[in-house]
Design a protein around this ligand. Structure first.
Ligand code: B4P
Length: 192
């Protein structure tokens, strides 16, 4: 089974993807994690990625689609969770093409619905917790950059909700509830 987790920054896509990996043995493909790894690689591409991510903008489709294509080549018997991908219509079209090339498809697109005030609260909390634990704070986890991330979401990613709704694949989950309650709702969708 291949699924997409979609929602604004801080909606809990990464959190829920981790739970699905543990519960179902699916493979998580987080473009955010892949890009953060690229940032620390010291390559020219990594430097370009860092500049864009730190401003809260989206990295180019070309880079992100290339990263996903490489991972799909490796296959997964339990299926893939696309976490934070696709984020643009061009990425959605590319994913459709890639999945048909690998003779598989998309089984559900799950939107985590969370209001804007709660999102910024989560981001600030994560930054405060990292600071208190002496861990590095994500450079895009500041209220100022968060505003730009949210703007990018509504402008470039939210149109995908209509795209997948029209295909009959979109399912909504209330992402304002506890992490376990959200996981329960996702599980019920996958069982159905
Ligand atoms: P991502 O890494 O995808 O991060 P995100 O959208 O901020 O977070 P996510 O929704 O996964 O939230 P999380 O579980 O961490 O993107 C970062 C950047 O990478 C983008 O801005 C962009 O620059 C770039 N990028 C990534 N993919 C791209 C693409 N396809 N194309 C172009 N650019 C791309 O949760 C956040 C916090 O909330 C955590 O602290 C968590 O503990 C807490 N939380 C989660 N669920 C909760 C709940 N139910 N209740 C309370 N707190 C909860």
């Amino acid at each position: 089974m291949n699924i997409i987790l979609i929602g604004p920054p801080g909606a809990g896509k990464g959190t829920q993807a981790q739970k699905l990996v543990e519960a179902r043995g699916m493979v998580q493909l987080s473009t955010g994690d892949m890009l953060r790894a690229a940032k620390t690689s010291g390559t020219e591409m990594g430097k370009r990625v860092a500049e864009v991510m730190d401003k809260g903008q989206l990295v180019t489709d070309e880079i992100v689609i290339g990263l996903i294509a490489e991972k799909l080549e490796q296959g997964s018997s339990g299926g893939f969770i696309f976490d934070g991908f696709p984020r643009t219509l061009a990425q959605a079209d590319a994913l459709g093409d890639l999945l048909s090339r690998f003779k598989t498809g998309l089984h559900a697109v799950i939107e985590l619905v969370v209001d804007d005030a709660a999102l910024v609260g989560r981001i600030v909390k994560r930054a405060d917790e990292a600071k208190a634990a002496g861990q590095p704070v994500r450079r895009d986890d500041t209220p100022e950059v968060f505003d730009d991330r949210l703007r990018a979401y509504y402008k470039q990613t939210a149109p995908l909700l209509g795209y997948y709704y029209a295909k009959g694949q979109l399912q909504q989950v209330d992402g304002m509830r506890s992490m376990d309650a959200v996981a329960g709702d996702i599980s019920a969708i996958l069982e159905a």
